[in-house]
Design a protein around this ligand. Structure first.
Ligand code: NAD
Ligand code: DAU
Length: 355
């Protein structure tokens, strides 16, 4: 790819997308970064307040499900790269409303692929479609086994969310195989860090501890997840975008497996210390509730391929990352309040609509 690039990041107003956009805007001043996002409940432009005036950054409010609009935008902009993160991302919501996941994750991804194919017209030199996916496409591992997901693991998605992401991965590979579209895919484990919407485990529990509300642990709390600090995921995406091989898949993880209940107890301990509450007081908020339907038992990633091939590895240890994450939420209580009250939805009208 040439030195100057125009890159469309979809879902750049979300949790991971906002960290990636910030990284790219600051690291590559000669690039033009376009953040394309519909601003669903999960999109929050306040996440990018610090870079919103950068000359190499632009936001466009668009829905990836609207094919005509996306195609004409791509034809007009002629981007060099697409980094596709826009998605419905919360498993619990996919259980109550699967269709919105199928629309956004499957139809939306197909629309972007078609728009990229049609705008690049088989002149693929210097072009790349990067699809950001999840380890949930591989299904569930057993507890206590020394088994891991990697690039060779067969797909076996179990939730409407993971099935819609698996389908989108297949579409991306099909466009590579059929039309020669240059692509890369990454499948990453659970992310945590600043700006995560407080419906996911870690920010939800931080918010509930702050407010002394119950901590709803699904089932027995013995499900295992492999946690990665979000800035490490953003750096992996940057590395794969610039150094990855056309057509390849990369599994990204933190070598950091935690049973939910152990993670929750660590979170409670750190919060008690930081809030100067009596030891074990937050743990008393733990409430075991009905399990998530079809709850995957364990995810774990063997990330040795990306580590060897691209020399990427996580930089932040879990205890340090979790402590930094809690500190961020404690110093940004107004962000939490605006997200939980819904006030953040006005940010676009107040800061962007009349630009
Ligand atoms: P998120 O829910 O925080 O953000 C999703 C973003 O996509 C939001 O800004 C939202 O407004 C936007 N969006 C949704 N529907 C859209 C549409 N129709 N058109 C345009 N924009 C739309 O998600 P996240 O946690 O940042 O995840 C980003 C990507 O990474 C997703 O594709 C997800 O599957 C994947 N992923 C997430 C994790 C994780 O732990 N969060 C781990 C691995 C992979
Ligand atoms: O593995 C990558 C995936 O990680 C991403 O693709 C998804 O977008 C992301 O949401 C995440 O999925 P999970 O379902 O693993 O994340 P969540 O934070 O919802 O839940 C983490 C674990 O905590 C899971 O075992 C369910 C449990 N849980 C979650 C919530 C919200 C609870 O016990 N109580 C809760 O209230």
């Amino acid at each position: 790819m040439s030195d100057r690039k125009k890159i469309i990041v979809t879902g750049g107003a979300g949790f991971i997308g906002s960290h990636l956009v910030r990284l790219m805007v600051n690291k590559y001043p000669h690039y033009e970064i376009i953040n394309l996002d519909k601003l669903t409940y999960a999109g929050n432009l306040a996440n990018l307040q610090d870079i919103e005036s950068s000359t190499n950054y632009r936001f466009v409010k668009k829905d990836i499900v609207d094919f005509e609009d996306i195609k004409s935008f791509f034809l007009e902009e002629q981007p060099d790269g697409i980094i596709h993160l826009a998605a419905e991302s919360h498993v619990d919501r996919s259980i109550t409303d699967p269709l919105s996941f199928i629309n956004t994750n499957l139809v939306g991804t197909a629309n972007l692929l078609l728009a990229a194919r049609d705008c690049w017209k088989e002149d693929y030199k210097g072009k790349l479609f990067y699809h950001v996916s999840t380890d949930e496409v591989f299904g569930s591992l057993d507890l206590g086994e020394e088994t891991f997901f990697d690039e060779q693991t067969a797909y076996d998605p179990k939730s409407p969310y993971s099935a819609s992401k698996a389908g989108s991965d297949h579409l991306v590979r099909a466009f590579h195989h059929t039309y020669g579209l240059p692509i890369v895919i990454s499948n990453c484990s659970n992310n945590y860090g600043a700006y995560q919407f407080p419906e996911k485990l870690i920010p939800l529990f931080i918010n509930n501890i702050l407010q002394e509300k119950p901590l709803p642990v699904y089932g027995e709390g013995i499900n295992v997840r492999d946690w990665l600090y979000v800035e490490d995921h953003a750096s992996a995406i940057d590395t794969i975008f610039h150094k990855g091989t056309n057509g390849k898949t990369y599994a990204i993880g933190g070598h950091n497996e935690w049973r939910n209940i152990d993670l929750i107890k660590l979170l409670c301990e750190l919060m008690d210390e930081k809030l100067e509450r009596a030891p074990k007081s937050s743990e008393q908020l733990i409430t075991y509730v009905t399990d998530r339907a079809g709850h995957d038992m364990r995810y774990a990633i063997d990330a040795s391929f990306i580590e060897k091939e691209l020399r990427w590895k996580p930089s932040i240890q879990f205890r340090e990352g979790l402590s930094k994450t809690i500190d961020w939420y404690l110093s940004n209580k107004e962000w939490l309040a605006s997200v939980t009250s819904g006030a953040y939805m006005k940010y676009y009208e107040d800061h962007y609509a009349n630009r």
